[in-house]
Ligand binder design. Structure first.
Ligand code: 5GP
Length: 201
């Protein structure tokens, strides 16, 4: 059986990456999503176990000590981390899995798993990003300013990624993302077992 692929997705808060991912999962229901463990307080529109599992700082530090995380980072004073086991299991079972992490997390993963495919999602302009963060209505002015500052730093590292998707049209962005997944599934190294069976090797 061929191994699955790890897709690493980043994009500043407000880039629309969550909405794009929803569309991608509709098109590829077989793809797994890595649920991050985080210490940020839960927002009212969030449910534990959907995108995140919410834990205390002590619980997170226990996970770190037990080497349970593939990567982690602090973002605006909170920990965000990717549990290792679900990612390793999916890949070993031949399943594709998407992890959504910030630029530091993506950098760590690329070093440990260089054959992952990394995708950066860009808001079409700074003005649109600003407007999207404000229209959410979930955070105060200071937090929005901090998120915008982090966003600029993240965008300056977009060139570390394999692919860049500009989210100025949602359906197009979902199609662009889907094209990357489809192209990867045609790679010969992902179809070796088919070739071997075909040739009875
Ligand atoms: P938010 O608080 O807006 O949900 O997420 C803040 C940032 O944390 C986003 O850039 C998001 O991509 C990133 N993030 C989410 N999960 C993880 C994770 O498991 N690890 C890392 N390093 N970053 C994450």
């Amino acid at each position: 059986m061929s191994k699955g692929r790890l897709f690493v997705v980043s994009g500043p808060s407000g880039s629309g990456k969550d909405t794009i991912l929803l569309g991608v999962f509709k098109r590829f229901p077989d793809i797994k999503f890595s649920i991050s463990t985080i210490t940020r307080p839960m927002r009212c529109n969030e449910k534990p176990g959907e995108k995140y599992n919410f834990v205390s700082k002590n619980q997170f530090e226990d996970m770190l000590r037990n080497n349970e995380l593939l990567e982690y980072n602090t973002y605006l004073d909170n920990y965000y981390g990717t549990p290792k086991a679900p990612v390793i299991c999916a890949i070993a079972n031949g399943e594709d899995i998407i992890v959504e992490v910030d630029v530091n997390g993506a950098y760590q993963i690329k070093n440990i798993m260089p054959d992952c495919i990394s995708i950066f999602i860009m808001p079409p302009s700074f003005e649109v990003l600003n407007q999207r963060l404000r229209s959410r209505g979930t955070e105060n002015e200071d937090r929005i300013k901090q998120r915008l500052e982090v966003a600029i730093k993240e965008i300056s590292r977009a060139d570390e990624y394999d692919y860049l998707i500009i989210n100025d049209d949602l359906n197009k962005a979902i199609s662009d993302f889907s094209d990357i997944i489809k192209a990867d599934r045609f790679r010969t190294d992902r179809n070796i077992s088919f070739l071997k069976n075909y040739l009875n090797k």
